[in-house]
Write a protein that binds this ligand. Structure first.
Ligand code: PMT
Length: 430
């Protein structure tokens, strides 16, 4: 089960959505987790502790100095993998942002060696109030994971944003946070991740999924490039950008500071990732040159055009002018990843090799010629993986030979595994 051997603290605060915490608790328990509930005083008025005790099998913690309680605020989170506050009221959010410890729940969070997930639930005016928004931003910057509420009918009878996300969503996000290596897709959860500036102090790192990216600046190229022929025509290729964007999301999820240099795609920028949009290979090279100076890792996933037009027409080419045939002269573009690989002060450099034949041989030759640390071989003769597909399957090589074969899986899963391999190699000082 996805939460086997996991210990969670479920914080419940005084929001009408408190009753939904019973269902969330049931899902956590069904998923295999051992769950301890901490309720605020206001929450106890909405759902009696006895209900949570029956569902969790543990005494509910309510007050810091409660003789009846068998567990104190330090112990409550001491062995927890995650604290989940659902619903989180405006009041509790404000207290957490101020670092208060005036009840069992806030004291537990302040003393926690693990991360805290917050699912706000309140009236929309309270949620949208700049004070609440500023408090949430403060918490996000500190490393809290915020599960934004959704729009809908609210308990007060009005419509608006402020309704707690469905408990199934919260459950899935918690599973994804706790199982980053099992391939539970992180895609789509990006917006809930803490900000890149979040301090990675001991108190906040324990649960950071794949925190091995913390403190690293990672530059990733993605998508196709476009080489203009005239004002309306370009030379391009079939890259969708999906693989590069998945890598950016995975590196970000692992705590890295990620800059994505993207050719033209239709993909949204993953949350927390800085994107620089480019069109031609020359633009991409310039952007990489700007970004590489303080990067520790560069990953060249873009399908960069090897050639550009020797001469770009400034007016649309017409058939009247060209007749039955048109000859275009192409000249070689500079190789971007090779430029990075040959820098005197070079980052850890990862290239891709998109091959249709003699794949391994070509990939190894590119690894050496471009002076790379790792190369990711993609068999692009297959229709079910590679270019413009949701899945991929790759082999990874370093200078000593094959490092890994990653079987066909969604690009988010492949990206997550690649990021693991890359950060592990970087940390080992490869
Ligand atoms: O974008 P998707 O639809 O998700 O598809 C993903 C992908 C198939 C594009 C991706 O997985 C991939 O294989 N990218 C590399 C594509 C490529 O251009 O491969 P290549 O073998 O031609 O180039 C080798 C390496 O040199 C690559 O890292 C490439 O980014 C780099 N290169 C190439 C030419 C150039 N002028 N500059 C470069 O940096």
């Amino acid at each position: 089960m996805q939460l086997d051997n996991r210990k969670l603290v479920l914080g419940v605060t005084g929001s009408i959505a408190a009753y939904k915490a019973c269902e969330l608790l049931r899902l956590f328990v069904k998923g295999g987790a051992d769950v301890y509930v901490a309720e605020t005083e206001a929450a106890c008025r909405l759902v009696a502790p006895a209900t949570f005790e029956a569902l969790s099998g543990h005494k509910v913690s309510t007050e810091i100095f409660n003789e009846a309680s068998d567990i104190g605020h330090i112990e409550l989170s001491a062995h927890a993998d995650l604290i989940v506050i659902a619903p989180a009221s405006a009041q509790t959010i404000a207290k957490l942002a101020a670092g208060m410890a005036d009840n069992m729940l806030t004291a537990t969070v302040l003393a926690a060696p693990c991360r805290t997930v917050i699912a706000p639930a309140m009236n929309s005016r309270m949620y949208l109030n700049p004070a609440t928004q500023a408090n949430l931003e403060t918490l996000r910057k500190r490393g809290f994971i915020i599960i934004s509420p959704e729009e809908g009918e609210l308990a007060c009878g009005t419509q608006g944003v402020g309704r707690m996300r469905p408990v199934e969503d919260i459950y899935n996000i918690v599973c994804a946070l706790l199982n980053p290596r099992e391939g539970i897709a992180f895609a789509g959860f990006g917006q809930y991740l803490p900000s890149p500036e979040a301090p990675l102090s001991l108190a906040q790192t324990r649960l950071l999924p794949k925190a091995q990216g913390a403190g690293l600046k990672v530059v990733i190229t993605a998508g196709p490039t476009e080489e203009p022929i005239d004002p309306v025509r370009v030379i391009t290729n079939k890259s969708s950008g999906k693989m590069g964007y998945a890598l950016a999301e995975a590196a970000r999820a692992a705590g890295a500071d990620v800059t994505l240099i993207s050719g033209p795609t239709h993909l949204p920028c993953p949350q927390g990732v800085k994107r620089i949009n480019v069109r031609s290979a020359a633009d991409m090279l310039n952007a990489v040159k700007d970004q590489v100076t303080d990067a520790q890792v560069v990953i060249g996933c873009a399908a960069v055009s090897d050639y550009r037009l020797a001469y770009v027409y400034d007016k649309k080419i017409t058939k009247d002018e060209t007749g039955d045939s048109l000859t275009l002269t192409l000249i070689k573009n500079e190789d971007i990843i090779s430029y990075v690989g040959h820098l005197e002060k070079r980052p850890f450099t990862v290239g891709f090799a998109a091959e249709t034949d003699h794949a391994e041989e070509h990939a190894k030759e590119k690894l050496t010629r471009k002076n790379l640390d790792l190369i990711v071989l993609n068999d692009v003769s297959r229709q079910d993986i590679g270019f413009n597909s949701d899945d991929n399957a790759v082999s990874v090589f370093d200078r000593d030979g094959k490092v890994a074969d990653l079987d066909k899986a969604p690009k988010s899963v492949i990206a997550s595994r690649l990021v693991d391999l890359i950060f592990e190699a970087v940390r080992k000082g490869a």
